[in-house]
Design a protein around this ligand. Structure first.
Ligand SMILES: C[S@@+](CC[C@H](N)C(=O)[O-])C[C@H]1O[C@@H](n2cnc3c(N)ncnc32)[C@H](O)[C@@H]1O
Length: 182
């Protein structure tokens, strides 16, 4: 497809999308991971990104290697703490759903992702903090069948954001369901 065709297709999907998505990133320290997360946020229309803990700086040139210019397209704010990020997300009307392989988490395909949802992801080394797990409205995990401990945080973020969008799109149907160009 030509770039203009992709732009037209993206506009069509934007018109079919009402639910608001946001994201809390807690102590994701690797710039390439944050850059990849920012690119996914820009692609899937995340309205706001809260950076909690010691997350990398979106303006770090290494972030730009994977963000490819998309950092400027995502409204991101530095939250003083995880608790502040959680209350800011709630004050903006989001249900906070933290992604973690943790006690009480439900599999992603049955997670409460309808409506305005703020997903939250944790650090590469130790995952979501106890404060984030306790403060979220719900916990969800991406089922794994390989002999692997966890997904890369940027990949987990992309899977969950895409699932949140897929839920709304699957229930609405319409012209967007047709193959491209038909
Ligand atoms: C690399 S993982 C952290 C792994 C860490 N070693 C641990 O044991 O908690 C970083 C983040 O990615 C997300 N993540 C990775 N795999 C996941 C999965 N299968 N389900 C849900 N979240 C996942 C979580 O938000 C997690 O905090």
């Amino acid at each position: 497809m030509r770039p203009t065709d992709v732009k037209r297709l993206n506009r069509q999907w934007r018109r079919s999308t009402e639910g608001r998505l946001a994201l809390i990133v807690e102590s994701v320290t690797q710039p390439y991971n944050l850059g990849s997360i920012l690119r996914t946020c820009a692609t899937l229309g995340v309205d706001r990104l809260w950076l909690a803990g010691n997350s990398a700086d979106p303006l770090d040139p290494k972030v730009g290697k994977t963000a490819l210019g998309t950092a400027a397209k995502v409204d991101h704010v530095r939250a003083g703490s995880t608790a502040e990020a959680l209350s800011a997300a709630r004050a903006d009307g989001y249900r906070v759903v933290a992604l973690e392989l943790a006690t009480g988490a439900v599999p992603l395909h049955v997670a409460p992702l309808e409506g305005d949802v703020c997903l939250a992801v944790g650090a590469e080394d130790h995952g979501c903090s106890p404060a984030l797990l306790a403060g979220a409205d719900a916990l969800t995990y991406i089922p794994q069948i390989g002999r692997v401990g966890s997904l890369n945080v940027a990949v987990a973020t992309a899977i969950a954001l895409a699932e949140a969008r897929r839920r709304e799109w699957a229930s609405s149907g319409g012209e967007t369901d047709a193959p491209i160009g038909k």
